[in-house]
Design a binder for this molecule. Structure first.
Ligand SMILES: *Cc1c(COP(=O)(O)O)cnc(C)c1O
Length: 393
């Protein structure tokens, strides 16, 4: 059975769980990440959300409003709240998964400290529009959420270099992984210094226990996502047995994982270094599979394809349907799991009901309707054609 996500690691990568990691692996991973990103600094964290929280604090923002998309991963507002600031939500623009920048301008006031621009699903944000926003509101810092984009570009310009800094998430579902983990990139020396100083004060160094647990998790997750094993994984997850591992939020709570302040471990960094070497392969594979979908689904009747801008990196290939459940069921019959990300509208979650939110709720229409077609290394042209046939039914 084909899973909806799979890290770009062959089964032989399991052997890495037995390899000793260099003691300075985290530093090496940071240097390698900065090289690939083309930035002066890369600073590692245990999660992308911890990275965002610390970034806001290192920027000296406190008690301020931070603008973020209504249609995004819920860990983003969690990090904003944990940083001591308040999230303000801005809806997507018509026919798009990305934040409406005209609405974002309406959300700005004296208390606004920053705007989180998200290249959701790997679709680059419009940097020209963002520059116009900055001209009008020079006091609002731009932070790029590149958890889905990983160095995507807009008109040839790298998105992650536009603004004060960019954050990344590196869990198994992301385009690049370090098992778990997060990263900040920036070209600002003073900000980098402040982030590192804050990290020393707030994030503890990973101990032996974390190193061992991460190795175990890596082995189990890699096996569970292997096509041979995945049928069993899928059945277990349907029974709720895996909820502890796969449920990443509680809609009633603003919270963080128990170990969100325990630093990235050497093992995770070692895996991350290996992934960076594959970066070009990973992105070209995803673009090729996205190309297959674009080609075979062009003109399909009941679905809307994602935009296909140059420079997109396709962390997800997301089509809009009128009923996601129908396609998910059809695909399961054919032995393929489709995804449903993002399947909520953050201002509608009980935890965020009282927060300020701009827009009429266009992003709400995507709940229950979006379907992620797999683009990972387990999908070749033949599987992509099967998926495309399902989506045409
Ligand atoms: C995954 C993700 C993050 C960071 O996630 P962590 O799980 O904290 O590493 C941030 N923003 C978006 C849009 C994401 O999908």
């Amino acid at each position: 059975m084909i899973p909806r996500l799979s890290p770009h690691i062959p089964l032989a990568g399991l052997l890495d769980a037995l390899r000793p990691a260099p003691t300075d692996a985290v530093g090496l991973f940071e240097s390698a990440f900065a090289d690939v990103a083309g930035t002066r600094h890369a600073i590692a964290f245990p999660y992308g959300r911890t990275a965002l929280m610390c970034l806001l604090q290192a920027m000296g923002l406190e008690g301020r409003q931070i603008i973020c998309p209504s249609y995004t991963c819920v860990v983003v507002p969690h990090a904003i709240e944990y940083s001591g600031n308040e999230s303000v939500f801005v809806d997507v623009s018509e026919q798009s998964f990305l934040m409406d920048m005209d609405l974002a301008e309406q959300a700005v006031n004296d208390r606004t400290g920053a705007l989180v621009a998200t290249s959701l699903f790997g679709e680059p944000v419009n940097l020209d529009r963002l520059a116009r926003f900055e001209e009008r509101y020079p006091g609002v810092a731009i932070i790029q959420d590149c958890a889905h984009s990983f160095f995507c570009s807009h008109n040839g310009k790298p998105v992650h270099k536009h603004g004060v800094a960019a954050i990344y998430g590196l869990n198994f579902s992301k385009l690049l992984t370090s098992v778990f983990g997060g990263m900040i990139t920036t070209d600002d020396d003073n900000l980098a210094k402040a982030i590192r100083a804050l990290r020393v004060r707030t994030v503890s160094v990973a101990g032996m226990k974390k190193e061992i647990l991460r190795r175990l998790y890596y082995v189990v997750a890699l096996c569970a996502l292997n096509p041979v094993m995945f049928g069993l994984t899928w059945r277990l997850s349907r029974l709720g047995i895996l909820d502890r591992f796969v449920r990443y939020f509680d809609e009633f709570k603003i919270d963080m994982p128990a170990d969100y302040l325990t630093g990235m471990g050497s093992f995770e960094a070692m895996i991350g270094i290996g992934q960076l070497k594959l970066y070009q392969d990973i992105v070209s594979h995803r673009r090729i599979i996205a190309g297959h979908y674009n080609h075979s689904l062009a003109g399909a009747k009941h679905i809307t394809l994602p935009p296909d801008p140059e420079g997109a990196t396709y962390s997800h290939y997301v089509v809009r349907t009128d009923d996601a459940a129908r396609y998910l069921a059809l695909a399961l019959d054919a032995g393929i799991e489709l995804g449903e990300l993002v399947d909520y509208f953050v201002p509608d979650l009980p935890a965020y009901k009282r927060h300020i939110s701009f827009g009429s709720g266009i992003g709400r229409r995507y709940v229950g309707r979006v379907v992620n077609l797999p683009v990972h290394r387990g999908v070749d042209a033949e599987v992509a054609s099967r998926v495309a046939m399902i989506m045409q039914q």
